[in-house]
Design a protein. Structure first.
Length: 229
């Protein structure tokens, strides 16, 4: 799977994703992630990519042309490999809220383009021309779309075949079955006077399974009762 991020801060995006599990998958050739600098597509002699909003108001608006030219260059590259135009996800607080189900659906795509805004947003005309999906990661205010794109790429990439190894496998997990996971323990058996629950040392697999099921339910009721509705 290939992720393409259109941004004014490509180093921020690459720096956050080329480590740990996602970095390993990139090195293994299971994922490709590229961050394209929208500023490289300005034709302005001062490299300008934003301007004052028509009608007045605070802040600056990203201009249509650099975003359009950046997208067209990406589109050509993607169509030549894949044969079809990609979905283009615009990261915006005005979008549909990202969810595990959306990650599962997007993981079926071969290419995804993320468009990250900064300042007061992007000229509406280019959004109408290129965007297929408007996506937010939740109801809180950030400074730009880069962190949301990185969050989504992390959530989608781990669902791609071969990205997680057996141990890390996505098969049994919170949200997938609408429940929180049971608590985990490792050595030592006693830490600062706190013992590992005896049932986990008993070797009775049926009892262990029952205990985990019970703890999972208890934890979900305490922390995320909304998941049980
Ligand atoms: C000060 C401008 N705001 C008026 C209320 C609108 C605004 C525009 C852009 C507020 C924040 C941002 C920057 N955020 C994103 O680009 C963003 C975001 C977010 O802030 N929260 C959750 N998901 C996302 S996806 C992109």
């Amino acid at each position: 799977m290939r992720f393409h991020v259109m941004t004014l801060f490509p180093d921020m995006v690459m720096g956050g994703l080329d480590t740990s599990i996602i970095g390993r998958a990139m090195k293994q050739g299971k994922l490709e992630i590229e961050a394209v600098n929208i500023r490289d597509y300005t034709r302005d002699k001062h490299m300008k990519v934003d301007d004052y909003p028509y009608g007045g108001g605070a802040g600056m608006v990203m201009q249509a042309e650099p975003v359009y030219l950046c997208y067209k260059a990406l589109e050509e590259q993607i169509v030549s490999k894949n044969g079809k135009k990609p979905r283009v996800l615009y990261m915006t607080p005005q979008g549909k809220v990202f969810h595990q189900r959306m990650a599962e659906e997007l993981a079926e795509e071969e290419d995804l383009v993320f468009l990250c805004g900064h300042y007061e947003g992007i000229d509406e005309r280019v959004l109408e021309m290129i965007v297929t999906d408007y996506v937010s990661i939740g109801d809180y205010v950030l400074t730009g779309g880069e962190l949301p794109a990185m969050v989504m790429i992390d959530a989608i990439a781990r669902l791609v075949d071969g990205v997680l190894n057996n141990d890390e496998s996505a098969k049994y997990e919170s949200f997938a079955d609408g429940r929180l996971e049971y608590p985990q323990y490792t050595r030592p058996e006693e830490f600062m006077g706190r013992k590992v629950p005896a049932v986990l040392l008993s070797g009775n697999h049926k009892k262990i399974e029952e205990w985990r099921e019970q703890e999972s339910m208890k934890r979900t009721m305490e922390r995320r009762p909304d998941l049980l509705i």
